[in-house]
Design a protein around this ligand. Sequence first.
Ligand code: ATR
Length: 280
Amino acid sequence: MAEASKKAFVTGHPIRHSRSPKIHGHWLAKHGIDGSYQAIDVAPQDFAEFLATLQANGYRGGNVTIPHKETAFALVDRRDEAAEEIGAVNTLWFEDGTLWGGNTDGHGFAANLDDHAPGWASNGPAVVLGAGGASRAVIHALKERGVADIRIVNRTLARAQELRDRFGAGVSAHGMAATNELLADAGLLVNTTALGMQGDETLTANPALLPDHAIVNDIVYVPLETPLLAAARARKLKTVDGLGMLLNQAVPGFERWFGVRPQVTAELRALIVADLVPKL
Ligand code: ATR
């Protein structure tokens, strides 16, 4: 009997904005794999049932996005180290019938900077704007890559303090009022908040206050050049947009489900950039 076609998915609610099917579809075609990667909208009340029937429905695994990342974390049989540290799961796969949950967002963040700003991890203190789920993935990656001074800045100080307590040594928590001072000797500024997304011109940190060698990264990728990145570019700082994080976070999942480690290429990036016009 021929081997069944390999099936994977991305689930969220809503899910129609997801670019993941385009990314994985590109790699499936490129490698000539008999497989599929499908977007599946699952409402929160149906998510547990969805997970429980995955294997019976022939899935090798898939991606999980908002609002299911924390629920997936709670429901999987086993979790990898990154998922444990971040407290959320974005990638699911089976090993000998056991449902594993991993988190590749931190990997995507670090790989994007490796691609576009080599040496970033030894460039000095990092200032991270925001203290939500995305921030946890970024801080995990910064710690893993040895950044010794990580400064979380958040509108709600208590949330920054929770992350400081969670990640421990080398991580400090600050309210917005401290931002200017924290930027003066920073080597990396990362925005993890939704501020600066399409149509939002608000800037919470001024790149003009950063030293000349600083790198600025926004994990928001719609628009590709956020107001923060535009201001950093005007200041002649090295900038890295957020699209590479999305592309790189997809790599480990594809390898698990389909058995080939795919490449993040200029061709793939161009394909997704062409798709970035807002979907209504
Ligand atoms: P995600 O999982 O995408 O990180 P989240 O958990 O909702 O999303 O976190 C959103 C982050 O953006 C938080 O740090 C939030 O600040 P608060 O913790 O104070 O809510 C930040 N954020 C959202 N809107 C903001 C605004 N208008 N001004 C400043 N920070 C904002």
